[in-house]
Design a protein around this ligand. Sequence first.
Ligand code: CP
Length: 323
Amino acid sequence: MKQFISVKDVANINSIVEKALAYKANPLVDKALGADKRIGLLFLNPSLRTRLSTQVAAKNLGMEAIVFNVDKEGWALEFEEGAIMSGNTVEHIKDAAPVMGEYFDMLAIRTFPGLQNREDDYSEMYISQFIKYAGVPVVSLESATLHPLQSLTDVITIQEDLINSQRSTVKSRPKVVLTWAPHVKALPQCVANSFAEWMTAWGEVDFVITHPEDYELAEKFTVGATITHNQDEALKDADYVYIKNWSTYNDYGKVYENDPKWMMTNEKLALTNNAKVMHCLPVRRNVELSDEILDGPNSLVTLEASNRVWAAQAVLSEVLKSL
Ligand code: CP
């Protein structure tokens, strides 16, 4: 694997899920694979899970991980080709990325969207510029439009739950529902885009997306999904419910709706097939998801967050093998 930016970089989803679950069973089996190798973890935005799980994963593979909080500690980077740098940016990515490529065997990068200009965000300029100039493999730690490590984790978590829980009522093709949830601020579409892309590419579930009117996601990520504005209808007989807020895509980056009736509660859970509930975290309690769900027996959120290690380890091991 030369890069990990989206599901398209994965040759076989089931194989990488199997690999991740094998690492979970035996974390140090490949502890020699990353010997004398170094990964740079570059954060242009905050993180808890992505940062720590990727560090743990690198350590399990015997690789050194160095974290660089670019937004707080680095020079302000310029990404525009041909920019006249007379403003606030200090160093061009054309100069910074090759230097970091010299220090590290691979780079992993988190770059959120600005949510001001859809064309800019959906061109994925930041991560593309790193790929263009770093000269080493690049792993996305969440980009402007996608969060593939999270989505791989989500597939792993569903697969693990299917294997372990042996719920006799789960259908041979489980029903997975991605439901929009309220939030107090405009959030990126990354997690929802990515989850939709991975669910449809995985192809082993019946996948439904439900959201209020005007919250359509970019069609290129949702082809193959059933989409409805009726949340109750969507939740009917669901085996897994994935909760996530996102801001509007068409009238880009806006909050049109904040109706608490979209929040997942035990009353809504009763519509499902005793569904397991997922969220990538961080979560706004009693805004996106009720306490009763998060603290209840159907919540998979902690398992999901813990599985970030095995997703990262599976991806990093594939990249290491390509060096
Ligand atoms: N889910 C996730 O990416 O968490 P962090 O933002 O804390 O890394």
